[in-house]
Design a protein. Sequence first.
Length: 333
Amino acid sequence: MTVPITLFDLPHRQARELLASGVPVFVTIDPVEYHGPHLSLHNDRIMSRALLRALHAGLAERAPGLPLVLADAMPIGVEPVQGPGSHAVPFPVVRDLVVGAALALADLGAEKVVLLTSHGAPLHSLAIQHAVRALVARGVRALAPMNVILHALLDPPEALLDEAAACVPEPEREELRASMQHDFHAGFGETSLSLHWAPEAVDPIHRELPDVNLTTPDATLGRAARIARALGRDALARELDYAAHGVGWFKMRPFPGYTGRPRLACAAAGAVFARFAEERILDVTRAVLEEGAAAPEPPMRWLERVSVGGRIPGGIVPPEAVRLHPQPGRSTA
């Protein structure tokens, strides 16, 4: 395993010499966030570290001996899921902090920068993209590779979901498969990934958690999605439908703090999801860093305007509404 180099621990002259060699430098930006009772508050950081190592290994295949250079692991995030220990940072603050950190790397001489997160809140990725654009304007090859995964989550390949669900026996496989489209936080998918990448960070209580079925999407966003689809705006319709289910989830009382069926999670499914993510992230990172391709944009770019630059918050869950000690059972719906 490659021993990472922590850039800011180096003497200044050595740090500049290292970056002058053209090596990519990695920054992770993940919030402290509640992921139900079964995953850690740093679950996004854990997943980003796993992705980072896989990504570096892929890049090193074409550049043997490529050092793994780490800058800050920034513990910040826009709109983390509410729960005990979550730390929300407003969109303008995250944007300015990440842009500032990115430009400081450019000043130090970075030529290639990868801004990596595993936090899927749309405004979070939009905040990070401001830093990507600022770096590109300075002539730095930069990207936030998670954007390609966020687009895939809006319309996941059927074959991927079928392969991941194969670890679950019938008749539960059919129910799981029907729920996976909106399994977007600490559910079957994320818990399976954690079982694959960091099983020691998963509490066995996940096997006892009740299912969370998102059966009541937000009516206004759902209506907007239908209108967009009728107008032939399929990509926008998918984004609005995804947002409708997310807002509907935040309105659930008591609020579960996770989605889907984490009780069915398995490391085998996590390996399927991990392979999918690692391959796509490596492809887009190679294209940007090695070939100078344009960095991928995040989905839901309209959300920054609609939220007035993140000043209108999304789902608000009062602390007393969070279910802290779920009892074993089949379904909360």
